[in-house]
Design a protein around this ligand. Structure first.
Ligand code: NIG
Ligand code: FE
Length: 388
């Protein structure tokens, strides 16, 4: 069974060898053939091969499905009062994590599953075709494993974040909690996760603690990524490079040495501008990173504390307006670089051999994603070639 999508005004492939030669590899008046869930052909509509089924996209733009490489999908409760207090001048600290931990522990599996499903559906409706999901609101062995088990019903990209905060019952025994996270909790969670993460920042885990958590995760077969440089200058970015992490996420506060270290590495800098929005923080400087040669991704950080956001188009618009990215750079960051932050070669692009994850926009060009913030521009989403 083959499906021809045709009459595409602008097709973004993210393959620089195709189309206009830019990193987006944009083709005009294009078509694309889906076969067995993958992309079998892309090229000019006039030269398209015959197919079993033909879909006329009416001059719409088509882009790769968004890759949201950083979400906290599974949690219960909400913290709008904290948000309102911040908008009245209060400063964000990680202290509110405890509120969400209490609500999440108290929720049943069915409740957590329903909440996660609603968020996953909202992500898909706004064009996301792959998302990562972290634990981190359980902070007991049973609850962290439970969150990962539920996360795996929605995505293969699951991340163990037992080192999100020290829970209240370990308030006087920080090292005891770290022993648990790197010991029994890790042993229970590693089979349920692909990644290990740690919140390495002011008021969170310090450099030595973060290194111990990530090193233990690596020894258990997980790949490292981390939260860093969100609340202030700190060791996160350098530690990410030292350990060969796939990504360091937030990057709101970076020194020149951090930027240089990232530029000479395989670590992606993932910016989460909606978390800076939700905490009224300064925005990260994407321009400085890109000009230095750092690979930059964008993600939502969907969570109840800093960024209750599921929409990658909103992240793109905010990144263009506030972090110095062009619309082309922001789209690349939300697709190809997101895939790179998950070390995936099969997604984030629309060239032959890729998974057929794509979004048709109610717009003639992807530029409208940033040009018309707040409008729902998603016409149709395909995941692995199937309408979502
Ligand atoms: O990515 N920074 C750490 N974790 C989350 C927020 C956690 C919370 O406040 O619930 C983040 O911003
Ligand atoms: Fe986060």
């Amino acid at each position: 069974m083959t499906t021809l999508l045709t009459n595409i005004c602008e097709l973004v492939t993210n393959d620089a060898a195709l189309g206009d030669g830019s990193p987006l590899g944009t083709l005009r008046d294009a078509a694309l053939v889906i076969e067995d869930g993958g992309v079998a052909w892309v090229g000019p509509a006039a030269g398209a091969p015959a197919a079993d089924e033909r879909v006329d996209l009416g001059g719409r733009a088509v882009v790769p499905g968004f890759v949201d490489s950083h979400t906290h999908l599974v949690f219960a409760g909400e913290r709008s009062a904290e948000f309102a207090a911040r908008m009245a001048g209060e400063r964000y600290t990680g202290g509110g994590i405890a509120t969400t931990v209490a609500a999440t522990r108290a929720a049943s599996d069915e409740e957590l599953r329903a909440l996660a499903r609603a968020r996953a559906d909202a992500m898909t409706a706004s064009g996301t075709t792959t998302f990562e999901a972290k634990s981190g609101y359980g902070l007991t062995t049973v609850d962290e494993a439970r969150i990962l088990r539920i996360s795996r019903e929605f995505t293969d990209e699951t991340t163990f974040l037992g080192a999100h905060a020290v829970p209240a019952e370990f308030a006087d025994d920080r090292s005891g909690y770290l022993d648990l996270v790197t010991g029994g909790m890790l042993a229970a969670c590693a089979p349920l996760a692909r990644w290990i993460d740690v919140f390495c920042d002011e008021d969170a885990f310090d450099e030595d603690e973060a290194r111990a958590v990530l090193t233990a995760g690596i020894a258990a077969g997980l790949m490292p990524r981390l939260h860093g440089n969100q609340l202030g200058f700190g060791p996160g970015a350098r530690l990410a490079v030292e350990l060969g992490a796939a990504s360091v996420d937030h990057c709101t506060y970076l020194t020149d040495a951090d930027v240089a270290a990232l530029a000479g590495s395989t670590t992606v800098a993932t910016l989460l501008p909606t978390a800076d929005f939700g905490t009224r923080s300064p925005y990260p400087d994407a321009r400085r990173l890109i000009d230095a040669g750092v690979a930059v991704a964008l993600a939502t950080d969907c969570n109840p504390g800093t960024s209750y956001v599921t929409s990658m188009p909103f992240v793109i618009a905010l990144a263009v307006r506030e972090t110095g990215m062009t619309p082309a750079e922001a789209l690349h960051a939300a697709t190809a670089a997101g895939a790179r932050a998950l070390r995936r070669g099969d997604i984030g692009r629309l060239s032959t051999g890729a998974r057929a994850d794509l979004v048709a926009l109610d717009a003639p060009t992807y530029v409208h994603l940033a040009y018309r913030p707040g409008s729902s521009l998603v016409h149709q989403v395909w995941r692995a070639g199937v309408p979502a």
